[in-house]
Design a protein around this ligand. Structure first.
Ligand SMILES: Cc1cc2nc3c(=O)[nH]c(=O)nc-3n(C[C@H](O)[C@H](O)[C@H](O)COP(=O)(O)O)c2cc1C
Length: 339
């Protein structure tokens, strides 16, 4: 029997050669502070493609300069960014991997000079900056920036777009009642808190008809915050809007103590998959092939996202194949050392 980890998976016409996804990870390596791709990005992402990862999702890439977490974040706020990103997609695709990009806005978690924005003027913690409450014009501009980002991602040759709705960044700040205290149509009820994400998805969809993923934080770990059950509802709406898969993470909306253990977020991916009848990706302390295979075979998620384990070992897919008694094809140049 073939291990499910090494079976292909098709999302809206894009076929991944296996179920292994490199989760988005900020490299803070755009050292000229202009959002541009550098050699580090070329080397880092291409290495995982050589290592036979099925889908590589490029780190949180800011749709506006103000939406960066740090000045060294990647950016997609200008047409000038397309060329570097296009080079990157070309390099990765050469090795048979598919490549996605995470479109992001940091909201109140931007650690930048100048004004930062959020749904409400509430700091993340006492050390962080006070954000400005977004006006309607700010909201419209930011939605337009996500749309332009998606348009540029298409031009750069990405196979997949992931919208960053997790980890307490801007979209997540709109979704959670802990960070959204607005009294207009963007705050209050779940429908209203979802409105910003709804409009971002709608705008992206006007310029992008490829696979669309959304990453969510399915648990705020706070008694007044959102729980996985709340995300079943949001996921149903996302599905209606044509989102293809939910990448299920958790936390980082407000400072909280999180009990982490192997696969600690898998149950949220399972809850959302079953509750909203939508494909999901599981992430978080997944390190072994057995763990990944268990998640897939028990249909707890459709894809397995790895972050830190792929930093430790870019050839993790080869190691996982060995663990599961599979043989996977590696780069021809490595034939003598691969098996
Ligand atoms: C260095 C680093 C950078 C990260 N940057 C991002 C990011 O850009 N976007 C995101 O959604 N998550 C980011 N994360 C979270 C990971 O994608 C992942 O959800 C988390 O590390 C848990 O998975 P793991 O246990 O396999 O590392 C980052 C994690 C690390 C370690």
């Amino acid at each position: 029997m073939t291990a499910k980890l090494f079976t292909p998976y098709t999302i809206k016409g894009v076929t991944l050669k296996n179920r292994i996804v490199m989760a988005p990870m900020c490299m803070y390596s755009s050292h000229n502070e202009d959002g541009h791709i550098q050699n580090w990005h070329r080397t880092h992402y291409t290495t995982r493609a050589v290592g036979q990862v099925g889908l590589i999702i490029v780190e949180a890439t800011a749709v506006t300069p103000q939406g960066r977490i740090s000045p060294q974040d990647l950016g997609i706020w200008s047409d000038d960014h397309i060329k570097g990103l296009q080079e990157l997609t070309g390099l990765v695709k050469e090795h048979g991997a598919k490549i996605g990009i995470q479109l992001a806005h940091a909201g109140r978690k931007a650690e930048l000079e100048g004004e930062i924005i959020a749904p409400s003027a509430i700091r993340f913690n006492e050390k962080s900056k006070l954000p400005k409450e977004m006006t309607k014009a700010d909201i419209e501009e930011t939605i337009a920036a996500f749309k332009k980002g998606a348009e540029r991602a298409a031009k750069a040759g990405f196979d997949i777009i992931e919208i960053h709705g997790a980890h307490g960044y801007l979209i997540n700040e709109f979704l959670s009642p802990l960070t959204n205290k607005r009294t207009d149509e963007y705050g209050g009820s779940a429908e209203n808190r979802y409105r910003f994400l709804r409009e971002v998805i709608e705008a992206v969809k006007t310029v992008w008809d490829g696979p669309l993923l959304v990453r969510v934080s399915a648990h705020d770990y706070h008694e007044d915050g959102l729980k996985p059950e709340d995300y079943i509802n949001f996921a149903k709406w996302m599905k209606e809007q044509g989102v293809d898969l939910i990448d299920v993470s958790s936390g980082a909306v407000v400072p909280a103590k999180i009990n982490v253990y192997p696969g600690y977020q898998v149950k949220y991916a399972e809850t959302i998959k079953n509750g909203a009848n939508i494909p999901t990706g599981a992430v978080g302390l997944i390190t072994t092939a057995i763990q990944a295979e268990e998640i897939l075979q028990n249909e707890r998620a459709d894809l397995v996202f790895l972050a830190r384990e792929l930093l430790r070992d870019p050839y993790w897919p080869r190691r996982a194949a060995k663990e599961l008694g599979e043989e996977i094809i590696g780069p021809k140049q490595y034939e003598r050392g691969w098996i």
